[in-house]
Design a protein. Structure first.
Length: 148
């Protein structure tokens, strides 16, 4: 009985909804939103270079200058590839790997105080969700242009 219910035609995506979601403008806005923390972060680190270095050092990352440069390149370069829908696998992969690694550096909920543990765990899980979303961006891109 549950199988019949789940296979019901009324659960199919309505045509209007499918057209809106598969529209090139919707997909561009989605790519802009998905990468916004990264291109904003990259621009902030680029224009406040010293602040970026301080952020690296605060996390115990050295050499701070070189790592700040690497982060700026990954955040801006990866974002540009995803936004422009070119070599999306590379841009999303770079941002996803960066997010995965930085999550283990910045959101160590298992080491947090009892008071901070829930907030750190939530941040950790939010970053894991961002990594999964980058996988979905690549999968959507593999389908080809909308309307195919």
């Amino acid at each position: 009985m549950a199988t019949e219910f789940l296979g019901s035609p009324w659960l199919d995506t309505p045509g209007l909804v499918a057209r809106v979601l598969d529209n090139p403008v919707t997909l561009l806005v989605t790519r802009l939103c998905m990468t916004s923390p990264f291109w904003v972060g990259g621009l902030v680190k680029l224009f406040d270079w010293r602040g970026g270095e301080v952020e690296m050092a605060k996390m115990g990352l050295r050499p701070a200058r070189a790592l700040n440069l690497a982060v700026v390149i990954v955040e801006l370069g990866g974002s540009a590839l995803v936004i422009c829908d070119r070599a999306t696998w590379l841009g999303a992969g770079a941002l996803g790997c960066f997010t995965f690694l930085s999550t283990f550096i910045a959101h160590r909920f298992w080491r947090a105080t009892v008071e901070a543990r829930t907030a750190e765990l939530n941040s950790f899980l939010e970053h894991a969700t961002i990594c999964a979303a980058f996988i979905l961006i690549v999968v959507v891109g593999l389908r080809g242009p909308p309307g195919q």
